[in-house]
Design a protein around this ligand. Structure first.
Ligand SMILES: [Zn+2]
Length: 405
């Protein structure tokens, strides 16, 4: 205020620029020091034999080694995700083969393709050691317990393959519990929370030392999981209802229970969760999808080149007319969660390659922008280190310490 009164407009501009440069330098110094963990990075839909997820090739490939390098993203959890399909023997078999395929591709990445650049971490100590050696760190998370069908024994195998967290549900209810987003033909609740098998899964994950992830669970399922788990749980990619209302966001009640139990919410850079998308925008996107014959996830990638270019140009127009959420919106959710449950219980996730990405953090190369906003809001280096991974590793350590020998 004083400065505004004292200096002429031109000088103020110069002073502002100097402030910005100082802030950026401070943010960069902190960012370089802390272990930046992003708890949710998908393997793109169109990956397959010979597909190289660390190359910038395919559309929506938001994370690869050069952008991780330039943006200072050090440690992504790579996600073994399966879409929720029919709960039949054939459906379970298909899901499991997809899951194994993704486990294998992550091992291939870290053990054969780029062993000098990125290493798989199974513990927090390994992660810190790999990062100290100048390499990127990969962790493995499982999204959607549908991949285990009803076979609890598979969880042991997931652990052996390196899974260190597992989310029980995705979009649509499954055998383990109710989803925050039921499919169109489904009732709001099928189990009224966690199913009996879901309870057994939580118990087995506790015994194995795999973190339980409540993201995508309904509010009741989330609270059931927190109550059932003997150790802290995580929300690997969620935002909060207190800032923006969305079925995928955590209610205050669930958030408080998560914090009280020692867990952590990883605030996700997913546009529709951070701010409410205007209905006009949703209608415009739906109309475009219909016109282009895009009916589900992964369909856009299959469009012929010319049609894809048209699709992207038209989508860019829509995004311009109704801008996406930005880094300030993301940090609004961080601020809220920190005020509600404390600095020790909040972290970050991108959901890159899975629909994530906002203005200012749309790929791994822009990761510094998040730290910059945290610094701008007054978070200290210690606090930023906690948000960028310290908290998550604390939970991982606690869960692994409780692993049944
Ligand atoms: Zn997800």
């Amino acid at each position: 205020m004083k400065r505004l009164l004292l200096c002429a407009a031109l000088l103020c501009g110069a002073a502002q620029a100097a402030d910005d440069a100082a802030l950026l330098a401070k943010a960069r110094a902190i960012h370089d020091k802390v272990l930046t963990i992003d708890t949710h990075v998908d393997i793109p839909f169109d990956f397959g034999d010979g597909y190289d997820m660390m190359k910038p090739g395919p559309r929506r490939q938001q994370v690869h080694l050069p952008t991780m390098q330039s943006g200072g993203l050090k440690a992504p959890f790579l996600i073994v995700f399966v879409e929720q399909e029919e709960r039949t023997t054939a459906g379970y078999a298909h899901a499991l083969s997809q899951a194994f395929n993704k486990f294998a591709s992550i091992h291939k990445l870290t053990e054969q393709t780029y062993p000098e650049q990125i290493g798989l971490a199974l513990t927090s100590a390994e992660a810190r050691r790999i990062a100290a050696g100048g390499k990127k760190v990969a962790f493995i998370g499982v999204e959607n317990g549908y991949s285990m069908g009803k076979d609890l024994r598979l969880l042991d195998q997931f652990y052996d393959y390196g899974a260190r967290y597992m989310g029980l549900v995705h979009n649509g209810h499954n055998d383990l519990g109710d989803s925050a987003q039921p499919k169109k033909n489904e009732p709001v609740a099928e189990w009224n929370g966690l199913s009996p098998l879901g309870k057994q899964v939580v118990a087995r994950l506790n015994e194995l030392g795999i973190m339980v992830d409540v993201s995508h669970s309904s509010d009741k399922t989330t609270r059931d999981i927190i109550a059932a788990s003997k150790v802290p749980v995580i929300a690997s990619h969620s935002a909060v209802m207190g800032v923006s209302v969305h079925a995928r966001n955590m209610s205050d009640t669930a958030l408080e229970a998560l914090g009280k139990a020692g867990g952590v919410i990883q605030i996700v850079a997913f546009d529709p969760y951070l701010t409410v998308t205007p209905p006009e925008k949703l209608a415009a996107i739906a109309a475009l999808n219909k016109e282009m014959g895009v009916s589900g996830p992964g369909e856009v990638e299959k469009l012929p080149a010319e049609k894809l270019a048209t699709f992207e140009a038209r989508m860019a127009e829509i995004q311009k007319k109704w801008p996406r959420s930005n880094v300030k919106n993301l940090v609004d959710h961080v601020d809220y969660a920190v005020k509600k449950i404390g600095i020790d219980h909040v972290g970050l996730a991108s959901d890159f390659n899975g629909g994530g990405g906002i203005d200012g953090w749309n790929n791994a190369g822009e990761t510094l922008n998040v730290t910059l906003e945290l610094v701008r809001r007054g978070y200290t280096e210690d606090q930023i280190a906690k948000i960028w991974g310290g908290n998550l590793l604390r939970v991982m350590d606690a869960v692994q310490a409780a692993r049944k020998k």
